[in-house]
Design a protein around this ligand. Structure first.
Ligand SMILES: Cc1ncc(COP(=O)(O)O)c(C=O)c1O
Length: 421
């Protein structure tokens, strides 16, 4: 069982909430991302329930899925936003999120992005270097503002996850080393256009063991005491995102309550508002990628392939991180075959599954690539001249198109065919 059960067979056909996926593919075409609004709401509520007794503020990490309707669904429940660029700030504002509920992360913010955030009035910028602190101070001064900042600490905790998504290790680019903090605090005292309001960390993504959070939070709490002793009145301790979800039923994610049970007793005595930045946890299991089987083929070794109309351009996680996604036939099949599910892109890494037992669906039938809500549509590309897919959101029996499929015209709209002399 995946974390969300809002994709279920009704009779012989897979549905999202009360809507048949076959009908959606017929109406909107494929590849198609289908998101369950109820799943988003349930995941957010489960997170809030777990941390209920801790004064906290949850900021959805927009990078996981920046569709405006996804952001708005979560914001309407009271969730803030964690953003990583001017573009994500623009998206959050367009979705109707109040700037006072937006926090700005990122190791390489450009001056114009810092200015945009300050002019918008975001709750805080999270600074990741001495140079960035100076830049924020200078830009705030130029704009007649005082910037509220948190310092992102690199706690030097190596969380066990895919190496591409560990971020709290001192060999990575993220955050400021503990050893640098005396210099940072001294600098902040001198800067006239900054107020230090928090400390921040984010140790990685898809972290199954709460002990990594415990180790890193302990470091953050020690640094909080140091900062307080130096006279800084901090309001926030941001412990980042990274909470895990189940992609593979054989490897179920640690329930969120286990993280809460470890963290709340540590954080409560600090008497501070804790910020969480879950991304994947809120959205991963809320969407599927619907794709149609174009061709089936068998090679001379007897190996079977399903060639489908979606590929790494829509969901790059298997190619990038060798990640597992469950694949279900939209029409239930009792017989299975072992096959590779591959896309149309001209790369050998363009696959969704290798040697997987899958319902023996025929050409023209639909597959649902499960748990495709996080780091999927946001990482889509036009490689091979592919059109980014449409996205729909389902709420009960209601269906809304929340992103149109791209067109060939859009593929070339920013290009200028200038004659060279
Ligand atoms: C600073 C920061 N916060 C939050 C997140 C969200 O992580 P996750 O989707 O694993 O919860 C990320 C992901 O990279 C991040 O870089």
């Amino acid at each position: 069982m995946l974390d969300s059960n809002l994709f279920q067979y009704t009779g012989t056909t897979l549905s999202c909430e009360e809507v048949n996926l076959e009908v959606l593919a017929g109406t909107f075409g494929t590849p198609l991302f289908v998101t369950s609004a109820r799943s988003l709401i349930e995941s957010y509520r489960a997170f809030e329930r777990a941390f209920d007794t801790l004064p906290h503020f949850t900021c959805y990490s927009v990078k996981a899925n920046y569709n405006l309707s996804v952001i708005r669904t979560l914001a309407e429940l009271g969730c803030g936003c964690d953003i990583n660029s001017g573009g994500e700030l623009y998206r959050a504002l367009q979705a109707g999120v109040s700037p006072s509920r937006i926090i700005f992360a990122g190791v390489g913010k450009k001056p114009e992005e810092i200015a945009y955030a300050l002019e918008s009035g975001v709750l805080m910028l999270k600074a990741e270097s001495l140079s960035e602190l100076k830049a924020i101070d200078r830009i705030a001064g130029e704009h007649g503002k005082t910037a509220s900042v948190a310092i992102r600490i690199n706690p030097n905790v190596t969380a066990e996850t895919h190496p591409y998504i560990t971020t709290g290790d001192s060999k990575e680019k993220f955050g400021i080393d503990e050893a640098e903090l005396p210099e940072v605090f001294a600098l902040i005292r001198q800067l006239k256009h900054l107020t230090l309001i928090g400390l921040d960390m984010h140790i990685g993504s898809q972290i199954f063991d709460p002990e990594y959070y415990v180790a890193a939070t302990m470091k953050l709490l020690t640094l909080l005491n140091t900062a307080k002793a130096m006279g800084f009145a901090l309001e926030f301790l941001d412990i980042g995102g990274g909470f895990p979800v189940t992609y593979d039923p054989l490897k179920p994610a640690t329930p969120i309550q286990h993280f809460a049970d470890k963290l709340i007793p540590m954080l409560l005595p600090a008497g501070i508002t804790v910020i969480f930045e879950p991304g994947r946890y809120l959205v991963a299991n809320a969407s599927v990628l619907l794709t149609r089987i174009l061709y089936k083929k068998r090679n001379h070794t007897g190996k079977e392939f399903f060639v489908v109309d979606a590929g790494m351009t829509e969901l790059i996680r298997p190619a990038l991180y060798q990640s597992h996604h469950e694949i279900q036939t939209v029409t239930r099949h009792d017989n299975t075959i072992v096959a590779d599910v591959v896309g149309p892109v001209c790369e050998s890494s363009d696959f969704f599954a290798r040697q997987r037992a899958i319902g023996d669906a025929g050409e023209g039938e639909l597959l649902a690539v499960m748990s495709s809500g996080a780091y999927a549509a946001v990482m889509s590309s036009n490689y091979n001249g592919r059109l980014r897919p449409a996205e729909v959101m389902v709420n009960g029996s209601e269906v809304k198109l929340v992103r149109k499929r791209e067109t060939y015209e859009q593929l070339v709209q920013n290009e200028l065919l200038e004659e060279l002399e």
